[in-house]
Design a protein around this ligand. Sequence first.
Ligand code: ADP
Ligand code: MG
Length: 339
Amino acid sequence: MITSFAPGRVNLIGEHTDYTGGLVLPMALTMGITVSGSVGGGRLTLSSSQQSEVLDLVLPIDGSASAVDPPWGRYLAAVVSSLDFTEGFDGSIDSTLPAGGTGLSSSSALTVAVLLALGGDRDRHELAQLARDIEAEATGVRSGIMDQLSSVSGVDGHALLIDCRTLDVTPTPLPEGLDVLVVHSGQPRILADSEYNERRASCEALETMIGPLRDATLDDLGQVSDERLRSRGRHVISENARVHAMVDALAAGDLPLAGEILGEGHRSLADDYEVSTPIVDAQAAKLSATPGIYGARLTGGGFGGSLVAFAEPGVELDIDEWWIRAEPGPGASVSSTPD
Ligand code: ADP
Ligand code: MG
């Protein structure tokens, strides 16, 4: 019997920076996805407590992983294809992450947990890169490395400063007296994949003009004549600086400053990167005006989804949407016991 667990994540700051080798500051959550089952039988048979249909595939899979039904089975099909896994696995998936639309990276948690269960364990960088490639194959979206690397690198009680160029992960303790809230905006994510690809293409276009955005300064943007591209670049360059500023503010225990940095991050995502929506902006404003909240911003790719807020301990929210007090937890793991 094999059991694996991989956590979801919430990104505190450093949004839309991972795919240009920038800085991000996520934390792995105590919530995540558990896969358990046993190897053998030549089929991939899995049920999920959050899904009504069972996945049942004969191995090796005939055709593309991205065409598998039910759609959630595409992540699993892409794992077995990439590992050339043919022995078979019979098991179940259980999740403590909310089902769908909250942007806590359940897809990466699922991919990493399945990879570990099917014997794909390897060093953390390779595991995260493999999981990222597998997700891209399953969904057609070329995401950055943040989600998968957070899931494999989580440290109890810590956020993770990740340099997405070197893949160095520096655990950063969260100060006493800080509650991290994740709050749904009330809007499911829409257009997220196509807009994501467009933002990525804009960054690539900018980099042909001024070189790697990771090394660029706001002054370098003076060479860019296209106003929209200039604002995209301004977001990425200032966001990388905000990650450093946030790490310093948290180390100093300066929570009002940390909250201000969240607010600046939100404005940059909304005005310069244009990935927010009126509903998300309204939720950010409402949270920021709530007594005991230091600041809030959109977290995740945007176009709906969730916000992250820094709060004094014990703050209760008077809202209709789903929200949690998030706890930073350890990274993915796998264990096996005799049947
Ligand atoms: P996020 O990763 O931010 O949660 P995504 O849209 O990237 O959102 O991934 C959500 C998808 O991951 C779901 O549509 C489903 O295919 C898959 N998934 C997540 N949790 C589960 C689960 N418990 N069981 C089966 N599939 C899941
Ligand atoms: Mg995802």
